[in-house]
Design a binder for this molecule. Structure first.
Ligand SMILES: [Zn+2]
Length: 458
């Protein structure tokens, strides 16, 4: 089985060749735990969960090490703690718990290793000491900075020149920086701030060094795949590469760099700073199924931007209803799931999940049309085998279908549609949208047309 992956480092699709097929090593940048994860945060988890499943299928589940960190040292966490008076540990423990629950609801396998930054501070300090000793970092005013011009080919991943970076640097560059592009490895903490003792006084690490220290400690100086969202290419991944390569003297940090595209809302990137995000938690609270959210996320190729809407998730649920409907009819038939070559080839071709999903639909058709036990058994084996690679169809079909009904009465639906119409007349579009979304969450789709508003159950 040949796996092809698009490598951001070379801007091309390559044949994947692991350093050690007995231990394929992958690192994905995990969350900074201070709030609920939004759908944009969930996309790399789901996309690279498919990669993890593929690698486990091809190399064996015991021959893959997947590490995904938890960033629990961060200024945003410190700001949250200062604002509410809650301890940092209490915030990060609770938020990491939410994250685990939400990602499990999306059918993502837990990683093999989940390092927390707070447990790796000694490794970070050692890495910084190595960088200083080799002339790649310097101390200034209790900060330690990476000396960007000291690295010959800095900017290789993001393809930015040093001139671009000077132009991109803020006007108010800190006076202790030798070069505007130099970035922080360590910064001082005030007496009332969280901090660790270091050769440079009480302080805390920068975000980039956290990932270099954790990935190096767990996966080694050079490992196979490093992945994350496209917005991490610069500066985060560029700086991880600079730190790890310069400290270890290696030509690369990881051989393959994979990046998923943005989750968008009406063509705009979904992000906390733009305020146009919704969280996985709120979608689950509204009654959307985690598996439907997952299918919606996998319906576009991971490198492409994707628009996630409530309507899109309802559409994804309708697809799952079709899958589970077919499986319910052969529920008693025991099979040993195995994917077809078509599904496997689609996923092995740089995670072409849209193609794999269309293959699954063909298998459902095959299952529905099967006329004897043997045909049914083959179709079910193949359908479940492909679904396993995508992390779908893990639930009991009968239970899925029974809990699919929204339970909302026709009279209530019509009353809400009337209320929405009234809201629109007074130009209260926020309220009109809220009613529409509430109904959508209950599986009721509205359609405005020349005759007014019609509705149907999803
Ligand atoms: Zn990282």
């Amino acid at each position: 089985m040949t796996i092809h992956l698009y490598n951001t480092l070379l801007r091309e699709k390559q044949v994947f060749q692991p350093i050690d097929p007995l231990n394929v090593r992958i690192y994905v940048c995990g969350p900074t735990v201070y709030d609920y994860a939004h759908i944009g945060n969930a996309r790399p988890v789901v996309a690279f969960d498919v990669l993890y499943r593929l690698l486990r299928h091809v190399y064996g589940p015991d021959h893959v090490t997947y590490a995904r960190n938890i960033t629990d040292i961060d200024d945003k966490i410190m700001a949250a703690a200062e604002k509410t008076g809650e301890s940092i540990e209490s915030i990060t423990t609770r938020t990491a718990g939410w994250y685990h629950d939400d990602m499990a609801a999306l059918g993502a396998l837990p990683p093999d290793r989940e390092p927390r930054a707070t447990a790796y501070v000694p490794q970070m300090i050692r890495l910084i000491e190595q960088l200083i000793a080799k002339g790649f970092a310097y101390e200034a005013e209790r900060h330690v900075l990476f000396n960007v011009p000291a690295m010959q080919d800095y900017g290789k991943l993001s393809r930015r020149s040093l001139d671009d970076m000077i132009a991109g640097a803020r006007v108010d560059v800190a006076p202790y920086k030798k070069h505007p592009a130099d970035f922080t490895l360590w910064k001082p903490s005030a007496d009332n701030q969280i901090g660790w003792d270091s050769p440079w006084g009480k302080g805390r690490p920068g975000w980039h060094i956290e990932c270099s220290a954790m990935s190096g400690d767990i996966l080694g100086e050079v490992f196979d795949i490093h992945a994350g969202g496209i917005d991490l290419i610069f500066p985060h991944h560029e700086n991880e590469i600079a730190q790890s390569r310069c400290a270890h003297g290696t030509p690369v940090m990881a051989n393959y760099w994979l990046h998923n595209g943005f989750v968008q809302v009406n063509g705009q990137k979904m992000s906390k700073s733009l305020g146009n995000f919704f969280t996985v938690h709120e979608l689950l609270e509204e009654g959307f199924r985690g598996e439907a959210i997952r299918l919606a996320l996998l319906s576009a190729h991971y490198r492409q931007p994707i628009d996630i809407t409530r309507e899109g998730i309802i559409e994804a649920k309708a697809q799952l209803d079709r899958f589970y409907g077919a499986l319910a009819k052969v529920a008693d038939m025991a099979v040993d799931p195995a994917p077809t070559d078509h599904v496997l080839a689609a996923i092995a071709d740089d995670l072409n999940t849209p193609l794999a999903l269309s293959e699954l639909h063909e298998l459902v058709t095959k299952l529905n049309k099967a006329t004897n036990e043997t045909e049914k058994k083959v179709a079910k084996t193949e359908l479940l085998g492909g679904a396993q690679l995508l992390g779908l169809l893990w639930q009991d079909p009968a239970k899925w279908l029974q809990s699919g009904g929204s339970g909302i009465e026709t009279a209530e639906i019509e009353a809400l549609i009337a209320a929405r119409l009234a809201a629109k007349k007074t130009k209260n579009f926020a309220e009109a949208d809220r009613i529409r979304n509430d109904l959508a969450a209950k599986g009721i789709l509205l359609e405005d047309n020349s005759m007014g508003t019609t509705w149907r159950r999803a």
